[in-house]
Design a binder for this molecule. Structure first.
Ligand code: RB5
Length: 145
């Protein structure tokens, strides 16, 4: 898959560790910044990344800030984005099965690298269940219109 990633300074180190991991899983990664641990504003990176995913240029997005909360708020304001902030593997699996989340948010100051890798792998590998969940996703899309 084509995966867009972004972070602010609080998520920069975790994002830097995740990019080669995602590539090793066989995905193509585009980094929307930031590109150092110098202090920046997370909306400046989360909005362009989420818009690129919503526009169809990427299959999924992964956003990291200090807590994951700021980037997840931004991403969920972009029409067509269903961003899930995950700190555990079960949530990552269930948000793919139930919410068809197309952006994963994580907190670089909250979870460790190994947990983040496990979350990322299951989130990338898990398909949407469809069925009863399809109608719920459609209600979100209708609300956005
Ligand atoms: C930056 O200090 C921090 O506020 C940011 O990374 C994020 O945690 C915001 O939600």
């Amino acid at each position: 898959m084509k995966i867009a990633v972004c972070s602010d300074h609080g998520g920069f180190e975790l994002k830097t560790r995740l990019i080669p991991f995602i590539e090793e899983l066989g995905h193509e990664v585009t980094d929307f910044g930031c590109y150092s641990d110098k202090s920046v504003d997370y909306p400046d990176y989360a909005f362009p990344m989420a818009e690129a995913v919503a526009a169809g240029g990427y299959d999924r997005g992964i956003a990291v800030c200090g807590t994951g909360i700021g980037v997840s708020i931004c991403c969920n304001k972009v029409r067509g984005i269903r961003c899930a902030l995950c700190g555990d593997v079960l949530s990552a699996e269930l948000t793919r099965k139930h919410n068809d989340s197309n952006v994963l948010a994580m907190g670089g100051r909250i979870i460790g690298v190994e947990t983040a890798k496990a979350i990322t792998k299951v989130w990338l590998d898990t398909a949407f269940d469809g069925g009863r969940h399809e109608g719920r996703i459609n209600k979100i899309a209708n609300y956005e219109k």
